[in-house]
Structure formats: C-alpha cells, structure tokens
Design a protein around this ligand. Structure first.
Ligand code: GLN
Length: 240
C-alpha cells in the first residue's frame, strides 16, 4: 500500500543543530512512520534551493557565530517562510532559530543579527547565561520539559502568545515567567534536550497540522506510548 508522504524540512541542519536538536527530526520521522505515513527528510543549508513542498519545518539552536553565518540566507528565504506560516504550515524553532524568527538578536558583544520578524519577539544578549534543565506549563500541551542554554533574553510583543509558563528554570528572560512563543502553527522555544522525544504532545500537534493541511484529515494507527511516558517522567524529575 502506498503511504501518504509528508515532507519534513530540517532548516540549517549543518550550522543550527546543538544540544540534541536532531532528536526532534528523528522523533517527527519515527512518529510519522508509526502513524502510517511516509516521511521524507529534506535538509536545507545556506545556498540550497528552498524545497517546493514543506509540510513541517524544524530548526535548531546554534552559537552566535552559527547564527551570523546563516543570517543572510535566512533573510533571503524569510518571505517564503512567512508566507508558509501565514498559511498554517507547522514549524518548530529552537533557541538560536527561535531568536532569528523574531525581529533581531542583539548579542552580548554588541552585534545585531537581524531576524525575519515572523514572530513578534526581540532578543537581547546579556552577560549571564541561562543554563539548566527546565519545566514549563502550557494549557495546550501540559508540562513541557527540556534543557536551556542561552545568553539571549527574549521579550514577546502582542502578536504572539507564550508557549508556556516557567515552573523550574529561566525561560525567555529573567523578568517574566514566559517561555517560548506561539503564532498560528509556529512554535518557538528555548528548550533543547531534545524537546520532542520528551514532549510527544508537541510532536503530534505539528504532525496533525501538517497531515490535515495536506490530506484534509489525520487518519492514523495507534502508537504504544509506554516507553515515551517513562522517558518523560524521568526527565521531569531532573530539573531542580
Ligand atoms: N547563541 C544564542 C544565545 O546564546 C542561542 C543559543 C542556543 O541556540 N542554545 O542566546
């Protein structure tokens, strides 16, 4: 039987991919297979032609230098990404790319890295790095667990909502308890770790949106979640 194809784009796989972010791709690919779909992985790096079909787009974090490296290319594909987001394409951007999906990241050394402004957020580099395991709470996804490591502190504008509220850890900044941002089906967050293996509700949100956008409804086989749930509970006990 031919399985329905879902195209998964890994944005800047080479330069923006740290602290286990690749696990997000592996989780999306594997869960799509388990649900009865045929996921196709497309790695996008600077200079590549942006894929025609992008059903889910996932990007990771990076050093400030990695962010400077991809900045020009990101700005060149920015209008395409904004158009896809406005049309409901699900996306997940972690840390460094979360920041650059916003308006700008002013680094702690004074460099200003322009973002694409898809998310109504601004980021300012500070001398203190926010590092450690983190748990937040979201009405939509329940508790979200991961690992954060960033100097940038992010402030949300009125067009986005926080992804979660911090229970343990730092989150967007040291001034409020927000973590991440959500706009349409685009999720930005500081949580590495990897995020999706430990938070399958977020993986399923992205998958469900992608499949519904492409095929009208999300028909799927059942997944055995017993191991996922154990991994999740162990991870939630770690932050302190
Ligand atoms: N370089 C950025 C910062 O330090 C992003 C770091 C990351 O992606 N973990 O804020």
């Amino acid at each position: 039987m031919i399985k329905p194809v879902i195209d998964v784009v890994h944005l800047y796989a080479r330069d923006m991919n740290i602290y286990g972010d690749r696990g997000n791709i592996l989780t999306i690919m594997r869960r799509l297979e388990w649900y009865g779909y045929d996921p196709k992985l497309i790695e996008y790096n600077p200079g590549d032609i942006f894929p025609e079909d992008a059903d889910i787009i996932i990007g990771g974090g990076g050093q400030d230098s990695g962010q400077s490296k991809i900045q020009d290319d990101l700005l060149s594909i920015g209008p395409k990404l904004i158009n896809l987001a406005e049309n409901g394409t699900p996306m997940l951007m972690i840390c460094g790319l979360y920041q650059l999906f916003g308006k700008f990241f002013k680094t702690s050394t004074g460099e200003s890295i322009k973002g694409i402004g898809l998310l109504d957020i601004e980021t300012y580099g500070k001398s203190e790095r926010l590092i450690g395991n983190i748990v937040t709470h979201s009405q939509q996804f329940g508790d979200i667990v991961g690992y954060e490591n960033h100097s940038g502190q992010t402030y949300l504008g009125p067009k986005v909502k926080p992804l979660g509220r911090v229970k343990i850890g730092a989150g967007n900044n040291t001034d409020d308890d927000s973590e991440g941002a959500i706009y349409k089906n685009v999720i930005g967050t500081y949580l590495h770790g990897s995020l999706l293996p430990k938070n399958p509700a977020i993986a399923d949100f992205l998958i469900k949106q992608a499949v519904t956008n492409k095929y009208g409804k999300f028909n799927h086989s059942e997944i055995d979640e017993s191991l996922t749930q154990v991994a999740r509970l162990v991870a939630i006990k770690r932050p302190r």
